[in-house]
Design a protein around this ligand. Structure first.
Ligand SMILES: Cc1ncc(COP(=O)(O)O)c(C=O)c1O
Length: 402
């Protein structure tokens, strides 16, 4: 079976780390791994200001609050994104304004200036699939209009532009360690603030620190749910996924029993924040993330080598997934499933997932036509580290057969 989104980064050593952590509940909330993860980012991004949270969403919220972005403000985000981005803008009290994308699935910088009004405070630049956006060009526009430039690096840890890491171009950046991101600890994220020079910037730091200090660590039960994810997936769900769909039954059962969590909760589809969502990053998940960070270069090298087999690649991109436009997308996805190949659906809807009512997150259908067109035909090919040569060949055969 080849599955793009079912715990794709987890290797056997990660399962062992999860089992050991599961059996050591005294390490779940506090410990040195939080510092290890944050220091890894401090070192890579050459900044002292790094804070870890339970998710990329909380990291983005922390950034918006620190830069005093809220009620009455507008924040530009791209269409062809996950609801996890615009909903956070709404949580902060601001309004998401959607920009269309170009054919690289990133914000179309030529359309950006037209969206800027007196209310615009920030632009969030998503490096979709780990392919860098035109960050230098967008940086110039942000500077011209005095906008806060926030990089959404949820898909792009390790991607570069002219040898410089994405995440170091903006005023701030956030990363995600969600279950199918570049590295995974099921939930988790980091906020990075760059360029702290002036006294105004010190106020931003103070706000961020105060926000962090106001948060608590997630409950032991929540941490237990996340630690069970790699363990149950690798011992019970994945090995039996295609065996009379037994693995799928296990997955639904464990979710019903609340032993496994959902990545996004129902109320988020309407732009609402789940109760008690904003929390710090617990040590138990930082242990998982640090084990993955040590493998990041190998993971990304493998992703790029697979992407090259699928087609054209862009220098500096890390391809957490490989995007492809297919005319008969839905048919091929169905055929693939029958063959045990689960292709990806980022993003079959301009504001994903499908269940998300677009109006609830302020999107007007027809406003970003290129994003809508690309969402109709997109399929993501898997590039994860567990793929073997013959798996890649099977995927190529599938998408290249008429
Ligand atoms: C592009 C993008 N940005 C931000 C996020 C939010 O990250 P997290 O799930 O860690 O909150 C996600 C994932 O959900 C995403 O795909």
């Amino acid at each position: 079976m080849i599955a793009i989104s079912l715990s794709p980064n987890t290797e056997s050593d990660d399962v062992w780390v999860a089992i050991k952590t599961f059996c050591s509940p005294w390490t779940w909330k506090d410990g040195k791994s939080i510092g290890l993860v944050e220091n890894w980012f401090r070192d890579k991004f050459k900044t002292d200001t790094v804070y870890s949270f339970n998710s990329g969403r909380t990291a983005l919220y922390a950034i918006l609050k620190s830069f005093t972005i809220g009620t009455g403000d507008e924040v530009i985000v791209q269409a062809f994104t996950c609801v996890a981005v615009p909903e956070v803008v709404m949580w902060a009290g601001a309004k998401p304004i959607y920009s269309d994308i170009d054919n690289s699935y990133n914000i179309d910088s030529s359309k950006l200036e037209k969206l800027i009004t007196k209310k615009t405070k920030a632009v969030i630049v998503q490096h979709t699939f780990g392919v860098p956006a035109r960050i230098k060009e967008i940086g110039k526009i942000a500077k011209k209009y005095n906008l806060v430039l926030i990089e959404d690096c949820a898909h792009s840890l390790g991607a570069t532009v002219d040898g410089k890491l994405v995440g170091s171009f903006g005023d701030a950046a956030f990363f995600s360690f969600g279950r199918d991101k570049v590295i995974s600890s099921v939930f988790g994220g980091v906020a990075v603030i760059n360029k702290i020079q002036r006294s105004k910037d010190l106020k931003i730091l103070k706000k961020l620190k105060n926000f962090y200090n106001s948060l608590s660590t997630p409950s032991s039960f929540w941490i237990l749910q996340q630690l069970l994810h790699p363990i149950l997936f690798h011992l019970l769900i994945l090995p039996f996924y295609n065996f009379f769909e037994l693995g799928k039954v296990f997955l639904v059962l464990f979710q019903r029993l609340k032993l496994l969590s959902f990545p996004i909760q129902q109320c988020e589809y309407a732009g609402k924040m789940p109760d008690g969502f904003l929390t710090r990053y617990p040590n138990g998940l930082a242990i998982l993330a640090f084990n993955q960070l040590r493998k990041l270069d190998r993971f990304n090298r493998k992703r790029v080598s697979i992407a090259r087999k699928y087609g054209k690649t862009i220098p500096g991109a890390i391809y957490v997934r490989y995007p492809m436009q297919l005319r008969s997308r839905n048919i091929i996805v169905k055929i693939a499933k029958k063959k045990g190949i689960f292709l990806g659906n980022w993003y079959h809807c301009v504001i994903d997932p499908f269940r998300c009512p677009l109006a609830a997150v302020g999107y007007r259908y027809g406003s970003c036509t290129n994003a809508e067109r690309l969402a109709e035909g997109i399929v993501n090919l898997p590039t994860h580290p567990g793929m073997r040569e013959r798996d890649v060949e099977r995927v190529i055969m599938l998408v290249s057969s008429p």
